[in-house]
Design a protein around this ligand. Structure first.
Ligand code: DGL
Length: 295
């Protein structure tokens, strides 16, 4: 049994899963609870104050129930709008936020033009523009909200064809190039599901930026600093390699992205309705997650 306090990853839906996966690659046996706040999905159209209070309520429930070592806001919108509020509301708790990769993009740009693709809320907030100014005051940042991309990843991604995925991505590459940008920041965690398509279709003069590995490494560093390194070689934990095809029911479309592990002790909280749409049901089978009861 792994005795450590768990790490909690929170997103409005599937967006935090690539971050969870990245962390698990570094610390495969560390206990994690993944929270998909589907009761409040999508976060993108919500006002800052509402989102902050919804997240504070959720964190309070999670703290009472799971007593976590730390909480990862695996969501750009939640981090940009509410990280400060949560830190001051829960002073004893460590939070890791997910900041859009604006810094590397504005430092590397030759054209001083960068497009940040994110939710409506993230691009309306001054955060990304202030961040850009801090590191390159000459750089123009174009914020583009893409709520339909969030919906696509949340609901259709698992069963979408390559052509559909490419069709979703292409307009934003065209927009970036037409706007004279040489950097495109994926500023919403959901968009990491389409990283492969963004990278494959982007011409060499357009660089794609994201914050995936930085966040996972930050969590690892903090846990080690708390004296909570993972326990080694706990038999049966963290090394399961359930092949995607084995956990899908017969006749179901084969997903294109295989997550190389399934970790039986890891747990999933999905807030809101018990009825999950087809995309989520498939994902749960893919991950072999058991859904925790949630009121
Ligand atoms: N995944 C979230 C983000 O990184 C937001 C998606 C939503 O609108 O709920 O911003």
């Amino acid at each position: 049994m792994n005795q450590h306090k768990p790490v909690i990853f929170i997103d409005s839906g599937v967006g935090g899963l690539p971050y969870y996966e990245s962390f698990k690659k570094s610390m495969p046996t560390y206990p994690v609870i993944y929270v998909a706040d589907r009761a409040n999905f999508p976060y993108g159209p919500k006002e800052k104050e509402l989102l902050s209070s919804l997240l504070a309520k959720l964190v309070e429930q999670l703290v009472t129930r799971y007593d976590p070592a730390l909480v990862v806001l695996a969501c750009n919108t939640a981090s940009v709008t509410s990280l400060g509020y949560l830190r001051s509301s829960f002073p004893g708790l460590t939070f890791v936020g997910t900041v859009p990769a604006v810094k590397p993009a504005v430092l590397a740009t030759q054209k001083n033009r960068v497009l940040v693709l994110a939710t409506e809320r993230t691009v309306q907030d001054p955060y990304i523009y202030d961040l850009a100014r801090q590191f390159n005051a000459q750089c123009a940042v174009i914020g583009q909200g893409a709520p339909e991309l969030v919906q696509f990843v949340e609901r259709e991604y698992v069963h979408a064809s390559k052509t559909m995925r490419e069709e979703m991505v292409r307009p934003y590459l065209v927009q970036s190039l037409e706007a004279g940008c040489d950097g495109l920041v994926l500023g919403c965690t959901h968009f990491l599901f389409l990283l492969e398509e963004f990278q494959a279709l982007a011409p060499p003069e357009l660089a794609i930026y994201h914050s995936l590995d930085g966040v996972a490494q930050r969590v690892v560093t903090l846990l080690k600093g708390m004296g909570l390194p993972e326990k080694r070689s706990v038999s049966g934990e963290g090394t399961g390699n359930s092949m995607v095809s084995e956990v899908l029911s017969a006749g179901e479309a084969q997903p294109h992205r295989s997550f190389p592990f399934s970790v039986p002790p890891d747990r999933l909280v999905v807030t809101g309705s018990q009825d999950l749409d087809a995309g989520w049901s498939s994902l749960m089978r893919l991950y072999n997650f058991r859904r925790e009861p949630w009121r």
